[in-house]
Design a protein around this ligand. Structure first.
Ligand SMILES: C[S@@+](CC[C@H](N)C(=O)[O-])C[C@H]1O[C@@H](n2cnc3c(N)ncnc32)[C@H](O)[C@@H]1O
Length: 396
């Protein structure tokens, strides 16, 4: 089966898997060159709607393939340093019996990595996961994937010990579409489940007067704050995954780390994933039109795809990010480039190249000066002590 068939009618999963797979590719390379082992935890492993006979379209198989590839690629480097090959450790958790049976089948054939599986809920398993991670506390770097089907089962109180793992990174699927719909539901049980999801963050007060996209963005910011504060993360980046058939958000993938290198890798993957997403949405929507009208279209899906929603979202986040960076510069006057960089890139759909373009424009207009660059350097970069010095209004 080709990729198109594996992900037909679940293109949002294609985007999710693209981000997971390609981020792990970079993560495993960066982390694997410095650490002896990687501990990968999939808290909601599935398989879930997987079509491939060998489960290649499941998150756990995709992850393991990337970790294995990094081990192979790093073998010579490790050898040259007198280190053993990268060790891979995985903890796969699944509560559904049928899915767990398939997961176990997959796991029992794995001979080249340490695999622990558990048939239970996350609520019942956090202590086991923490103990599994702790067994290699000193030489293994953990990555935790939280990919639930709704908004229950991973309250902030439940996942707190996982968020607090140090070192550690997490990727959480925040089901924005569902959560937004029920966020102010009057049913006390639903309210309680949301209280657990957001923990101490008073999300109701923050969204109550907002509507539409403002409300969605603020809700996602609330959850980013909850993850950042609880886990003590320096950076939390949300990536938007749109519904394949229409112009609304399906979910956000929230990536949290304490290392700017991770942000750099994640943002590069997010950018590529958005191209994959828009291409897939174009194809799905074309199929829908042909089905509805019975008319074949002369132009291809890409030419016919109406990208206005995506473009408007990107425009919106670009403006918000630019305003944030300008605000930072106006208030502080002198800002280390790294801080401007993270201020911009914490917004979804905003790339490194966007920040560089604003900086170049402000420099050209005489509003900004860059200090600390070597004579031949033209653009500022991180971790180089480059500073942005705000000079105020446009100088003629
Ligand atoms: C969205 S699916 C996971 C998909 C998988 N991560 C992937 O991308 O291929 C969520 C899975 O979590 C399982 N699940 C639901 N609630 C759970 C809980 N409280 N603890 C553990 N697993 C749970 C479901 O049975 C389902 O298989």
């Amino acid at each position: 089966m080709n990729e198109g068939d594996l992900y037909a009618d679940r293109e949002q999963t294609l985007v999710k898997h693209f981000i997971l797979e390609h981020y792990l590719e970079r993560f495993a390379h960066i982390v694997g060159s410095a650490w002896d082992a990687i501990t990968y935890v999939d808290c909601f492993a599935g398989p879930w709607n997987a079509r491939s006979e060998h489960l290649e379209d499941s998150s756990f198989a995709l992850a393991l393939a990337q970790l294995r590839a990094a081990r192979t690629n790093l073998a010579d480097l490790k050898l040259a340093r007198g280190r053993p090959p990268l060790e891979l450790r995985c903890f796969f958790l699944e509560k559904d019996a049928a899915a767990f049976a398939r997961l176990s089948e997959f796991a029992k054939d794995v001979r080249d990595a340490e695999i622990a599986t558990k048939h239970a809920t996350l609520e019942q398993s956090v202590d086991d996961i923490v103990a599994f991670v702790a067994r290699r506390q000193n030489d293994a770097f953990p990555f935790v994937f939280v990919d639930p089907t709704g908004w229950t089962g991973f309250g902030l109180d439940v996942i707190e010990p996982l968020l607090k793992l140090r070192p550690g990174e997490v990727l959480v699927n925040f089901m924005t579409g569902h959560i937004l719909r029920f966020a102010e539901h009057s049913d006390p049980a639903i309210q309680q489940s949301f209280d657990r999801l957001f923990g101490p963050i008073d999300y109701r007060a923050r969204i109550v007067r907002l509507a539409g996209q403002d409300r969605e963005d603020e809700l996602v910011r609330c959850y980013c704050d909850a993850i950042r504060d609880t886990g003590g993360y320096d950076y939390v980046c949300p990536a938007i995954v749109l519904h394949p058939e229409n112009d609304r958000t399906h979910f956000h993938l929230l990536y949290a780390t304490r290392n700017a290198k991770g942000v750099e890798a994640f943002k590069q993957v997010e950018k590529k994933a958005m191209e994959v997403m828009e291409k897939a949405r174009g194809e799905v929507q074309k199929r829908g039109r042909v089905h509805r009208t019975g008319q074949l279209e002369l132009l291809g899906a890409e030419q016919m795809h109406d990208t206005r929603h995506y473009d408007a979202l990107r425009g919106r986040h670009l403006t918000a990010a630019r305003v944030d960076v300008e605000q930072l510069l106006v208030t502080r006057r002198v800002v280390v480039y790294d801080e401007a960089w993270i201020t911009a890139l914490s917004h979804p759909l905003v790339w490194d190249s966007d920040l560089k373009a604003w900086i170049a424009k402000w420099v050209k207009e005489g509003r900004l000066r860059i200090t600390g660059m070597k004579p031949r350097e033209r653009v500022p970069k991180r971790e180089a002590g480059h500073q942005l010095v705000w000079r105020g209004q446009r100088r003629e």
